[in-house]
Design a protein. Structure first.
Length: 383
């Protein structure tokens, strides 16, 4: 029992130190770059509503850029925006894929449509609420020669609802992990690279036949031994709403992208979460009140540090929604860990991914079969 308690204390201390480390490494200066030749690439569904808030936020960016909207076919709102602002907006009509993810298909078309003077590529998702520093912060490590690929990470803003907050809490565990260049995968919702890096990776070919755009880019970057740099203060707010079942499905889908692209990465992540999940089981069933107190003490400590992180990286109105996820770590931290493990296990039980109006079968990251479906529910990734 003494040995088990010692291991439990050490485990909880490590989780707390990890979140503290993330907070300590948040940059205070948040330097930006605004070079010429920046293009922001945004993949859209054809039923896009025009994203008034997103467009307003993009216009408020500290760095200037040209906006490229990648659609499948006829997207009235995208075409209307380009007609109103032809000097700023370009629309690319990719058509419908038959052997790869529709988002990948649109991004590949956008890459082929780049202009000779497009020197810096920034990829974003349609559902984010980006801060004014987004583009400039992503470009800073690239322009200064500190990395070849820069990335932010998603910070979910759950709408009211226990299940939505629970999924947000699971994602919060990932968002506030210490990030190192050797163990970072880019997030397609906020990612940037130089044009010559994209050419070096041959992104068009690297993504061909794939379902996940960011996994394809990240794995290509790893194979090429490129430096992937996480911009720690770019935890980008992204709404999470809809039914609880669709939110759980979203979480499973994110891990299924990992399973179908890199089983080793999934195994490592699952082993870490499983260790914590088994630790909580021991604490609640056999460990006694002291073990439970240790677990709750560490959970409350992590929640307080995460609250500080949230306040430092997102706008006050966004922080109100993000903080809903913290209640789970305060009230039932074991439920967050067990849900996280359940999501990981469910992800490995199938190679089927339903996303953005399509039903995909994936093997080793490649689409082997796809069919259109009538309704997919929530689509947080903006495919």
């Amino acid at each position: 029992m003494t040995l088990a308690m010692g291991l439990w204390i050490a485990m909880q201390a490590l989780t707390l130190v990890g979140v503290i480390n993330y907070r300590r490494n948040l940059p205070s200066d948040r330097k930006q770059e605004a070079p010429d030749g920046v293009v922001v690439i945004l993949s859209l569904r054809d039923d896009w509503d025009g994203g008034a808030d997103l467009i307003a936020r993009l216009k408020g960016q500290d760095a200037s850029f040209r906006l490229m909207l990648a659609t499948s076919g006829h997207c009235p709102e995208a075409d209307a925006l380009a007609a109103r602002e032809p000097d700023w907006v370009q629309v690319v009509h990719a058509g419908v894929a038959d052997d790869e993810g529709q988002k990948v298909h649109k991004l590949r078309a956008a890459i082929r449509a780049l202009r000779p003077d497009d020197r810096w590529l920034v990829f974003i998702d349609a559902d984010i609420e980006p801060p004014a520093r987004l583009v400039g912060r992503l470009l800073f490590p690239l322009v200064r020669g500190k990395a070849e690929i820069a990335t932010g990470y998603r910070l979910l803003m759950p709408a009211p609802g226990a299940v939505l907050a629970l999924v947000g809490a699971v994602e919060m565990q990932l968002a506030t992990l210490p990030r190192f260049a050797s163990a970072t995968m880019p997030w397609g919702g906020a990612m940037a690279m130089a044009r010559d890096v994209a050419d070096r990776l041959d992104l068009d070919a690297a993504m061909a036949g794939r379902l996940s755009d960011d996994m394809a880019m990240g794995l290509a970057g790893w194979r090429a031994k490129l430096r992937l740099r996480p911009v720690r203060d770019l935890l980008v707010a992204s709404p999470l709403d809809g039914e609880g079942a669709s939110a759980i499905g979203f979480a499973v889908r994110q891990y299924r992208h990992i399973v179908t692209n890199s089983m080793g990465m999934w195994q490592l992540a699952t082993m870490v979460v499983a260790t914590q999940a088994l630790g909580w089981l021991w604490a609640l069933v056999w460990g006694g009140w002291m073990a439970v107190a240790v677990g709750y003490g560490a959970a409350w400590g992590r929640a307080l540090v995460r609250r500080s992180i949230i306040a430092a990286v997102v706008e006050p109105d966004q922080a109100v929604a993000v903080r809903r996820s913290l209640w789970w770590d305060m009230v039932a931290p074991f439920a967050v860990t067990w849900t996280h493990l359940a999501v990981q296990i469910a992800a490995a039980c199938s190679s089927r991914i339903r996303w953005g109006g399509w039903d995909y079968r994936v093997r080793r990251g490649r689409v082997v079969r796809m069919a259109r479906v009538g309704h997919t529910g929530q689509n947080p990734a903006g495919n």
